[in-house]
Design a protein around this ligand. Structure first.
Ligand code: AMP
Length: 429
């Protein structure tokens, strides 16, 4: 067969089957953690005004310069959201969440879009979950965010995790560091890659993020932010690290971790798998962003948060052979034959559903054999058979697949009878 005319757009994929089960598992654990820590779910629109990102994320960032899907709609410039923090802060400001008890805790789980060159672990539509705490500057909240993301990955049974942490200072101390960086890199300008030559003009901090080998060598001798932090930023970082020690989160200080976005202040972090062949593929990234509210035109509001990439976590779960047992197989199967039996089966299925008993079916089938085959594959213990004769008499056959015995009972008694048998079955096994 030739290639079908319609395919998913480059770098985008369907989430279905096994993939969907992994997504669901990650969602469930996010939700459980969110409920415990009282994070409220927020889902912002997929589209935002482009300026939210050019201003919030920053004009000089890769996201804004190269990766946004932007289009005009009746004179408005709109962009498919490339990340979640700026939209969440936009919502906080727009909806007046400042008047709520602070800090406000929000979480999300949804698709994001970046026009990247598609490659392993890097897609154009990918899913992220994020946790954001807005309205307080205490370092203990940075630690809480770290704890949430780290433990979320642990609950997914992921092994060999490491948190990389850095501080990129604040508007008091960062300018001194930037100046030192600028003069260091200017003196070595000729040896930098093309992108870094540009970054030198726009934001020298971003050079630290460069993955090119020739730049990495120069970066390894560059001034380090930790030597330039003001007292407040220094103490903030110290407290975050002390907490990580206390709860045994494995971390390493990475003075080059600046993250690709402009809104960060103080703490930045990423979580990796230590055995990953591709060191550029973080599972989670985040940090503190005390200036974002102001950049977006609101009153200054400290905040901290992060986001995890669902696809990358799924890749790792598969690699680490994390087994899923999401599809609970029904122990009961309802087989039917004939029009009247089909109609009565529909009603019966709803009765079982309301009684919270899982029942398998193949209601479209006209063949008893294929229905019994399906019941066998599912490993059903009890098969209910509603044939033409039984349907007329309001009866149903219960066949015990283990013992081979069968019994005919009144249709209106079957839910109760199955409930009883399942209880015995549970205590047997
Ligand atoms: P970032 O804020 O860019 O660090 O993104 C946070 C997390 O989202 C990353 O750690 C990745 O797990 C994930 N992520 C970011 N970009 C992509 C992408 N293009 N494809 C898949 N996952 C991504």
């Amino acid at each position: 067969m030739g290639r079908l005319k319609f395919q998913t757009p480059t770098g985008m994929h369907d989430i279905v089957g096994e993939e969907e089960k992994y997504f669901q598992k990650i969602f469930d654990i996010c939700q459980k953690i969110a409920n415990f820590y009282r994070f409220e779910r927020i889902e912002t629109p997929i589209l935002e005004q482009t300026a939210l990102f050019t201003k919030g994320v920053g004009n000089a960032t890769d996201i804004v310069q190269k990766q946004m899907f932007t289009f005009n709609s009746n004179g408005d410039s709109l962009t498919l959201r490339p990340e979640g923090t700026a939209p969440v802060m936009r919502a906080y400001l727009q909806l007046g969440m400042k008047s709520l008890p602070q800090p406000v805790k929000l979480w999300y789980f949804g698709p994001f879009f970046r026009k990247e060159r598609p490659q392993f672990g890097r897609f154009r539509q990918f899913w992220q979950f994020g946790f954001e705490i807005i309205g307080n500057k205490s370092p203990v909240l940075d630690s809480l965010i770290l704890q949430i993301f780290y433990n979320l990955l642990k609950e997914l049974n992921l092994k060999d995790l490491i948190v990389e942490i850095n501080s990129i200072g604040c508007s008091n101390c960062r300018p001194h560091f930037k100046r030192a960086l600028l003069s260091y890199f200017k003196a070595r300008q000729k040896s930098l890659c093309q992108d870094c030559k540009k970054r030198l003009k726009e934001n020298p901090l971003r050079i630290l993020d460069c993955k090119q080998e020739k730049c990495r060598q120069i970066i390894s001798q560059a001034p380090q932010i930790l030597d330039y932090l003001c007292e407040e930023c220094h103490n903030h970082l110290k407290e975050v690290l002390e907490f990580c020690d206390e709860i045994s989160i494995p971390y390493s200080l990475n003075p080059y971790l600046v993250r690709g976005l402009d809104y960060y202040t103080k703490t930045t972090f990423e979580i990796f798998e230590t055995k990953s062949e591709n060191k550029n593929l973080a599972l989670v990234g985040g940090g503190r962003y005390d200036n974002l509210a102001k950049i977006l035109g609101g009153v200054s509001t400290p905040a901290v948060g992060g986001a995890g990439g669902v696809e990358r976590i799924v890749i790792l779960m598969k690699k680490q052979k994390e087994k899923l047992n999401l599809f609970y197989q029904p122990k009961v199967f309802l087989a039917q034959l004939g029009k009247l039996a089909k109609r009565k089966s529909l009603i019966l299925l709803e009765e079982f559903r309301k009684s919270k008993i899982l029942v398998g079916e193949l209601i479209s089938s006209e063949s008893l054999k294929s229905q019994l085959d399906r019941a066998n594959k599912m490993g059903a213990r009890y098969v209910l058979i509603l044939g033409q004769k039984e349907a007329l008499r309001d009866e149903i056959i219960i066949k015990d697949m283990k013992t081979g015995t069968q019994k005919t009972i009144k249709l209106d008694k079957v839910v109760k009878e199955i409930k009883k048998r399942l209880k015995n079955y549970a205590s047997e096994s």
